[in-house]
Design a protein around this ligand. Structure first.
Ligand code: TZP
Ligand code: MG
Length: 215
């Protein structure tokens, strides 16, 4: 696996990026301290997602910021992305690992102990867990109920994989997720829909840093 840093994890949303566009939003977020980027767009035609993934790889590789693609192992591989983020109903992580090789970064969404149990046989192929929703969110229709700090603590206690908290994360609650045991925080709307994505990302990065310094 390539090295990666979950601290400030941007998940893109094409609609929320609006007229600014995904690539410019990513550029600003990285300038503000985003440490990892996931391209997430379940609605766009595959050729558009692939072209965007290629653009982001070209932008991020020189900066040393990994790009992961949500759900789509094929797009990630075709674009030369650094990895993939899988959900519970996507290709099993072990199959993704066989296709993508040892260097790929493979993340898996695990929101509770039942999902953890369902994925147990594949966890050897997983590099980090995405856990949430930390707070209520309107960004993902089927995100489910908020799990809060207790939910983060429950998942981090289940295994040694690093955990990134997602769902309703902004600078006001990022520290709470870190104090609950998360290794990083992932944000969609707090960055993509921000008037100033660079400042929004920097505020989240500051909150993560402050929370770590306090523990
Ligand atoms: N997975 C769990 S919640 C969520 C995803 C992709 C959406 C988080 O979006 P936001 O805007 O950061 O609440
Ligand atoms: Mg998914």
């Amino acid at each position: 696996m390539k090295p990666f840093d979950l601290s400030v994890y941007l998940v893109t949303d094409t609609r929320l990026c609006g007229a600014r566009g995904v690539a410019e939003t990513v550029r600003l977020a990285v300038a503000g301290g985003a440490t990892l980027v996931q391209l997430r767009d379940s609605a766009a035609p595959i050729r558009e997602i692939l072209a965007l993934a290629e653009t982001l790889v070209a932008m991020l590789r020189p900066l040393g910021v990994p790009l992961l693609v949500n759900d789509r192992v094929d797009v990630a591989m075709a674009a030369g992305a650094d990895g993939v983020h899988l959900g519970q109903t996507d290709m099993p992580a072990s199959a993704a690992r066989r296709l993508m090789g040892e260097d790929a970064i493979i993340g898996l969404s695990v929101g509770n102990p039942a999902e953890f149990a369902a994925a147990r046989d594949d966890l050897h192929a997983v590099d980090y867990l995405g856990t949430g929703p930390f707070r209520a969110t309107a960004t993902k229709d089927d995100a489910g109920a908020a799990i809060g700090p207790a939910g983060i603590a429950t998942v981090t206690a289940l295994c040694r994989l690093p955990v990134v908290a997602i769902g309703g994360i902004d600078a006001t609650c990022a520290g709470e997720a870190i104090r609950a045991g998360a290794d990083g925080v992932a944000a969609v709307s707090a960055i993509c829909a921000a008037g100033d994505p660079e400042a929004a990302t920097r505020a989240i990065a500051d909150a993560v840093r402050t929370a770590r310094a306090a523990v």
